[in-house]
Write a protein that binds this ligand. Structure first.
Ligand code: ZN
Length: 319
């Protein structure tokens, strides 16, 4: 279990919260205690669902899990919902209201999973969060703020007394998450910039991000995100290339090692890459762009090449 600096640990205790910092394939999980029951914000990726169950069980110390809240419905934030609902029947699943029509009924075409080639087992939500709502977490009222940009439907959760922000993927300490609408030629950069302004106006003193450790130097994180966002706005092709790389890495975090050609073929046939790399309807160009993306990840040392059974393989460099 990660230990945090004393001031952060004290605030989390005060909020009846525990932050389970996960690897990048799974978003962090935040466990709250309320009325002898548990609540959980974000549930990780499906391939880590067993680990999520163990971690949440441990954090709850025998109490039942009553509610799951998702900041947004990317596969690394809600991939554990179905397993948790199976483990705790009657679990209430609360999601952003803007996603409601994509879930009821479950619509693979509207949700991002088919598009990104990622997996997420279906679940049924019972409650919805909209901008301006209040939500009880750990026995305290948390504000709900819309946070479009990275994901058009996403929400932020903010507790005013301690000025603690659950930022999802809208603000990380160092990096900036992909602005997904832009890959589909839909404006998203300006929304992302407005969300950073909105976060600044809330004056958070502690941020619990979707990925990475909790942090308190919010001004530095906002400055870094704004700088990165401005660079992407000035050169949208760089954002597209960055998005393609990040999505390949995400896939490799699940596979760890796979035949190089299988990875290239997967990239060249997965819709999000065709859009990001601007090769919709041009399979030859898609193959070349996919090969170039893998080659750059190898050249940069993010992936390494090997051979197994006479077949060229790629794997995560840190394996
Ligand atoms: Zn996300």
């Amino acid at each position: 279990m990660t230990t945090f600096q004393p001031a952060i640990a004290a605030t989390l205790d005060h909020l009846q919260a525990r932050v389970l910092v996960r690897g990048w394939l799974s978003a962090n999980n935040i466990v709250f205690h309320q009325d002898g029951q548990g609540q959980l914000v974000d549930t990780g990726y499906v391939s880590h669902a067993d680990q999520t169950l163990v971690l949440v069980d441990h954090a709850l110390a025998g109490r039942p899990l009553a509610e799951v809240v998702n900041t947004h419905l990317h596969s690394d934030h809600c991939g554990g919902n179905a397993a948790l609902a199976a483990r705790w029947p009657g679990l209430r699943i609360t999601v952003p209201a803007a996603s409601r029509s994509k879930l009821l009924p479950w619509d693979d075409g509207q949700l991002s999973y088919r598009e990104t080639g990622q997996r997420c087992p279906p679940f049924v939500p019972q409650a919805f969060l909209a901008d301006g709502d209040m939500l009880q977490l750990g026995g305290r009222p948390w504000q709900v703020h819309a946070a479009p940009g990275h994901d058009p439907d996403a929400v932020l959760l903010f507790e005013p007394e301690t000025a603690t922000l659950i930022s999802g993927d809208a603000l990380w300490q160092q990096r900036l998450a992909i602005i997904f609408p832009e890959l589909d030629d839909t404006p998203g950069f300006d929304d992302a910039a407005r969300v950073l302004d909105r976060i600044e106006a809330l004056q958070p003193r502690l941020v619990l991000p979707g990925h990475g450790e909790p942090f308190t130097d919010v001004a530095a994180a906002l400055a870094a995100s704004r700088q990165r966002l401005a660079a992407f706005q000035a050169a949208p092709l760089k954002h597209r290339a960055h998005a393609a790389r990040s999505l390949v890495v995400y896939n490799m975090l699940e596979h760890r090692r796979r035949p190089r050609q299988a990875l290239v073929d997967w990239i060249a046939s997965t819709p999000i890459f065709l859009k990001a790399l601007q090769c919709v309807g041009d399979p030859d160009r898609a193959q070349r762009a996919a090969e170039a993306t893998v080659a750059r990840l190898l050249a940069d040392g993010v992936l390494t090449a090997s051979q197994a059974d006479g077949i060229d393989q790629v794997q995560m460099a840190d394996d």
